[in-house]
Design a protein around this ligand. Sequence first.
Ligand code: GRF
Length: 199
Amino acid sequence: ARVVVLVSGAGSNLAALLAAHEDPAYGARVVGVVTDKPGAGALDLARDAGVASVVVAPGDFADRDAWNDGVAEAVAVFSPDLVVLAGFMRILSPAFVDRFAGRTINTHPALLPSFPGAHGVRDALAYGVKVTGCTVHVVDNGVDTGPIIAQATVTVEDSDDESTLHERIKVAERALLVETVGRAAREGLRVEGRRALLG
Ligand code: GRF
């Protein structure tokens, strides 16, 4: 399956997918990386892995809708079977979501529906939960509200701050994302109402 990854930051989730796709049995190949951030660390990862990348920066577009169209076009060029948001820090439009409906997945560093949004790790820590984790879900027109595909739990330590907790979550998150993308590629991904099912 052809996978396009959207990323805004360091791209450690992308790095995990690029490592996994070296195995022909994985079933998924990252064929393109799209970022909103010129200079994103993920661009170096893509280059080193010989994977095409495209920067679609909001500043290069007249308005938000034009930028969304730019992202959709950049993604469509790669003819993806699966679009993976891996640390992509922008909200995509309903037009984008509809164009790649049912085959766009996102990873979030909290146990949705708890702690959605851009500060899920900080919010979980502030709330005082003892267990948090990460969620891979299908992207719908809400923010972090789509049908859940897989989750993993991570214990919060008394000594944790946002950074140490996020790093521990990311260890679980990278493993969960690699497994979920591979299974979606090999076995398929079906959405039935609120349920997203692999295989
Ligand atoms: C991940 O935890 C993702 O869930 C969150 O930001 C982090 C991105 O990490 N949105 P990286 O860029 O993949 O290292």
